[in-house]
Write a protein that binds this ligand. Structure first.
Ligand code: ANZ
Length: 821
């Protein structure tokens, strides 16, 4: 009876849990207010292959908090599903020559049984897959609702194009080095008509609400969101252009430097450039554009990149001093930021200065910062300083004041206005790929864009069995002629379906609403349930989604609120991103050959040992290096914990009141601290405390009060309950052997007796010549030396000694000190 068979225990408890179904969330008790709710969410996986170590970690962490909340009496909603549309599944399917649906649903089943075996406390009755028509029907419905409000629209513009995946990408899907986040190919630009969500309409609110999330969201994610939205305060300034053109408006964060604007630059690939260029310079612009189309936005903005560009042959007038300045085109100005045109102030902007230097354009300093003159050094100065050559600003020394005055001057004579600009772009959502939700729009030569009537949703994907789904630059759906050719819902004439599908990030922007009503075929979700369950109390997920998914989900939430479907502003009250599971200091990868198979680890050590190892290894947000941890050690610890349950000889329900006080104190202190640690997500420390309690209990059994003492039972039961947060099988087995009915997940959370938390103190009496002079509160195990020192240092004692020589000190720790003078 010293070992248990981990796999046999897994086999034993899985069907019991299945029939007990202890994790089903009850809507009724929450809508009626009978119980307080907690909504625990973890990112749902893509069904590519089986679960891996990364999944194992996030699931283990997530389960700690969901199980804990349930113990504390909350009604917990803890759902799971699959993000089952998208490129990973489609690419894998193409590679394996399978239909994406076959591949996807087979993987879902594999992952489902792995999750079950992994023992996560999900409410499986709410399971969903975003590629099911019952799900994407509502994705399409939401798209139409967004469109009704002008929040989904189509426009023609240069878009990011992945030449490998042959599809467009949202800005968020292009990495900092200008490559595709999925396949690593260098992203280029293409001019296409595409669908967008108007995320920019919510830019200000998406930005402002981050202040409220600061503190309950992991800090780096809040910052990443802030940077991505990129709020800049500045001004729009309008310049008259010669040759009968429309005036040119620029966005600038430094209107105070207007006196130093010596030329203007428009984005070479913006329509504006083609409109402004004179016939004489047109060919040069077109030649230049061929080069520009090859570069990514990131490259283009890079300060250290050699500057290139062409003169457009025209001049503009600086509104503040009437100066005539040339207008150029270059790729360092982006077409879709601000107005796509800038006033160049080379003395105080390094990119402008580099450009001026290459093109031989004038440089004029207007702020003397005390640094060397940029006109000579070619190092732009950006700090505060005294304004020079700046008319009414001369003499000022404060940048904020300069900006303020410049805006006032511009506003006074109608040449500009103060404004706020955001880096955030509208979300490009259409994809030229098969495996996604079809865009529910019909294009009619008479009526234009016609929404598919709601009662005809979902627009189901045509099966296209056996068809070639390889990306060709246009959607494979175009090949399904019978599907494409429809009659127009408005005029009844011949029309065609939109053949693009939606970005998978659309599917995942609202799945946490669908969990509330996953089987409701009358609505996307029930607003009453959203009111009762929302917002999500803790969202755990990977860093890689810090910008894209979280931002899109926040955007959807705000739109749904404005539609009156929910009454909360932010979807995730708290957000935690887990670290990665690495090996030998490096990310696990095929090429490094350092991958660790989750299946192999589970086979060797069992589910509980793997889960415990992952939770114990580090705080949730830190990486876990599999080379530094010991699943074998975890397995040994679990066996040790389990042995306690066999050693207890008192009966279930034995009153611990008269039991061993020392052990009881450890037990109660452990429960008390565990609760505090769990509330602050310090799960690894909870495991450490549980280990200490196991040791204390072992000691009590072997060399203390003995196995019959009810304090031993109390301790072993607490071990089972705390362990159930990370090692549910071992905990269930312990609970059973301790004589209780399953499941330990339904056990009452141990009640802490505050009296047992008090650190003991005893009163030591200090006598001088037999007379009591002081009383000291000391620890019961204080040493004789410490007690003597304390007594002699006491002011009352010192006073009573009054400078006389101490002859003798008799110490009886911890109660008595007798001083003879
Ligand atoms: C004149 C100026 C003088 C500027 C100066 C800066 C310093 P953020 O902070 O990112 O919003 N800019 C505006 N539109 C641009 C575009 N489409 N592509 C590239 N650059 C653009 O940056 C705003 C500043 O970036 C603007 O302020 C503009 O240059 C430039 F001493 O105007 B500034």
């Amino acid at each position: 009876d010293v070992h248990y068979d981990v796999h046999a225990v897994e086999e034993k408890w899985l069907p019991v849990w299945e029939s007990l179904d202890p994790f089903r969330a009850d809507d009724e008790v929450v809508t009626s207010g009978a119980k307080e709710k907690r909504y625990a969410l973890t990112m749902f996986p893509y069904p590519s292959g089986d679960l891996h170590m990364g999944h194992a970690e996030v699931l283990a962490l997530h389960d700690v908090i969901s199980r804990y909340w349930r113990f504390r009496g909350y009604e917990v909603l803890n759902p799971m599903g699959w993000d089952s549309f998208g490129l990973p599944a489609e690419n894998a399917a193409i590679k394996n020559d399978e239909h994406p649906a076959t591949y996807t649903y087979a993987n879902i089943e594999t992952q489902y049984s792995s999750m079950k075996r992994y023992g996560v406390s999900f409410d499986w009755s709410r399971r969903l897959h975003t590629s099911d028509p019952e799900y994407y029907r509502w994705t399409q419905w939401l798209f139409l609702k967004f469109r009704e409000q002008g929040l989904a629209y189509r426009k023609n513009s240069p878009v990011n194009w992945c030449p490998n995946d042959q599809t467009v990408l949202a800005n968020e899907q292009v990495l900092a080095d200008g490559t595709c986040e999925r396949c690593g190919a260098v992203v280029t630009k293409r001019e296409l008509t595409q669908w967008y969500f108007k995320t920019t309409q919510y830019a200000q609110e998406l930005y402002d609400c981050l202040d409220d999330l600061q503190g309950s969201w992991i800090g780096k994610v809040v910052n990443a969101q802030r940077n991505w939205i990129g709020r800049s305060e500045g001004a729009h300034v309008t310049f008259e252009v010669e040759g009968g053109h429309e005036p040119l408006t620029v966005f600038t964060t430094r209107p105070d430097t207007l006196w130093g604007a010596t030329f203007m630059v428009v984005a070479a690939d913006a329509k504006l450039a083609a409109e402004l260029v004179t016939d004489e310079h047109r060919q040069a612009l077109e030649d230049y554009l061929v080069e520009v189309r090859k570069a990514s936005d990131i490259d283009r903005m890079a300060t250290d990149r050699p500057k290139t560009g062409v003169f457009l042959g025209i001049h503009a007038t600086n509104p503040i001093n009437g100066e005539r300045i040339p207008v150029w085109a270059s790729d360092y100005v982006l077409a879709d930021y601000g107005t796509g045109a800038i006033m160049a102030v080379p003395a105080h902007d390094q990119r402008d200065l580099d450009f001026a230097r290459v093109m031989g354009l004038p440089v004029r300093r207007v702020v003397d910062t005390g640094d060397d003159n940029p006109e000579e050094t070619y190092v732009a100065t950006t700090g505060d300083g005294a304004y020079v050559n700046s008319g009414p600003l001369d003499g000022l020394t404060d940048k904020a004041q300069g900006i303020h005055q410049a805006i006032e001057l511009l506003e006074a004579d109608g040449h500009g206005t103060g404004t706020v600009n955001f880096r955030l772009r509208d979300w490009l959502l259409s994809r030229q790929r098969y495996w996604g939700a079809p865009i529910p729009i019909i294009h009619c030569p008479v009526d234009g864009e016609v929404p598919v009537p709601e009662d005809q949703l979902p627009v189901e994907l045509p099966a296209l069995r056996g068809a070639d789904l390889k990306p060709k630059g246009t959607s494979p759906l175009g090949a399904a002629r019978e599907w494409v050719e429809v009659t127009c819902p408005t005029c009844g004439g011949p029309a065609e379906r939109d053949t693009d599908t939606m970005d998978t990030f659309v599917d995942s922007s609202w799945y946490f609403f669908r969990y509330l009503s996953s089987h409701d075929n009358t609505q996307a979700f029930d607003p009453a349930l959203a009111k009762a369950w929302g917002p999500i109390d803790l969202y755990i997920g990977g860093d890689e989604h810090a910008v894209l998914h979280l931002l899109y989900a926040r955007f959807f939430t705000k739109v749904l609120r404005d539609m009156g479907l929910i009454d909360w502003d932010e979807p995730f009250s708290a957000y935690l991103s887990q670290g990665k599971v690495i090996n030998n200091g490096r990310k696990m990868s095929k090429s490094l050959g350092n991958g660790v198979s989750l299946g192999g680890q589970l086979e060797e050590f069992g589910v509980d040992a793997v889960r415990l190892t992952l939770v114990f290894a580090s705080p949730p947000e830190d990486n876990v290096d599999w080379a530094d941890v010991s699943p074998a050690g975890s397995a040994r610890f679990l066996q040790r914990a389990w042995r306690l349950s066999g050693d207890v000889t008192s009966e279930p329900g034995a009153d611990p009141a008269g039991g061993d006080v020392a052990l009881r104190k450890v037990t109660h202190k452990t429960v008390h601290e565990a609760a505090q640690l769990l509330e602050s997500y310090r799960f690894n420390v909870v495991v450490a405390r549980t280990m200490e309690l196991v040791n204390a209990t072992r000691k009590a059994i072997d060399s203390g009060c003995g196995p019959a003492d009810p304090a031993v039972r109390e301790a072993a039961e607490v071990v089972a309950i705390l362990l159930s947060l990370v090692a549910p099988y071992t905990a269930e087995e312990m609970w059973d052997r301790l004589g209780h009915q399953p499941s330990v997940a339904q056990a009452p959370w141990p009640v802490v007796d505050p009296a047992l938390l008090v650190e003991d103190a005893v009163t030591a009496v200090v006598q001088i010549q037999g007379k009591v002079r002081a009383r000291l509160e000391v620890s019961p195990d204080i040493s004789e030396a410490d007690l003597e020192a304390l007594a002699l240092a006491d002011p009352a004692v010192e006073k009573a000694i009054d400078g006389r020589t101490v002859r003798k000190v008799i110490v009886r720790a911890p109660k008595l000190v007798n001083i003879v003078v």
